[in-house]
Design a protein around this ligand. Structure first.
Ligand code: GLN
Length: 193
């Protein structure tokens, strides 16, 4: 059985665990560098990226995660997880803290507005035959996809991208009963569940 790590410092990690297990994967909560040993992939959940970078810094997690991502570890970041994977941010609110990076994209934190401006939108996702309902909560916006491949857009703006084995989405694919995006990710990166 494959084991997918889920970054579990803070945020919506339990929901990802539920989806991954429903697809037949084993999961491991990752909070320290040694938890990265032996996993077949990792999901970085939504939550609060400013809290995640601080908690990760205390244990030196992100430089090690960055090395694993560079080494080909399949990685999927959603919402705050997308912020962690972005090679460039439009503001310096997280500067001074390590982030793993790995996606050649530029991201603007909180660009979709406040918690009250959260919304759900139907998305056409490349590789899925039916729409996926994407939940956007204080979502980051991909303002430049760089060299990443765009798999879905909302109002003309990329919301799901991938570059090799690294995927990132500005919405929350783990909320709700639809596991197709996790399945697509696992299939594409060659993690058989
Ligand atoms: N706004 C949050 C941040 O900057 C992300 C929100 C989310 O993950 N739902 O980290």
């Amino acid at each position: 059985m494959v084991t997918v790590g889920v970054l579990g410092l803070q945020g919506a990690f339990r929901e990802h665990v539920t989806v991954l297990r429903s697809l037949g994967a084993d999961t491991r909560r990752v909070t320290r560098p040694e938890h990265l040993d032996g996993i077949d992939g990792i999901v970085l959940p939504g939550g609060e990226s400013s809290a995640m970078v601080r908690l990760a810094a205390a244990v030196g997690l992100f430089p090690e995660l960055s090395a694993r991502i560079c080494g080909g570890l399949p990685t999927f970041g959603t919402c705050a997880g997308l912020i962690l994977l972005a090679d460039r941010l439009t503001d310096d609110t997280l500067s001074g803290y390590d982030r793993p990076g790995g996606l050649d994209i530029t991201v603007a934190r909180n660009a979709y507005g406040s918690q009250r401006e959260s919304f759900v939108a139907p998305l056409q996702v490349h590789g899925l035959d039916r729409e996926f309902m994407g939940t956007f909560i204080r979502a980051p916006q991909i303002v430049d996809p760089g060299s990443a491949e765009v798999l879905a857009t909302h109002a003309g703006v990329p919301v799901l991208v991938r570059s090799g084995s690294v995927w990132g989405g500005s919405f929350h694919p783990e909320l709700g009963p639809d596991s197709r995006i996790h399945q697509l990710f696992l299939e594409h990166v060659g993690v058989p569940v």
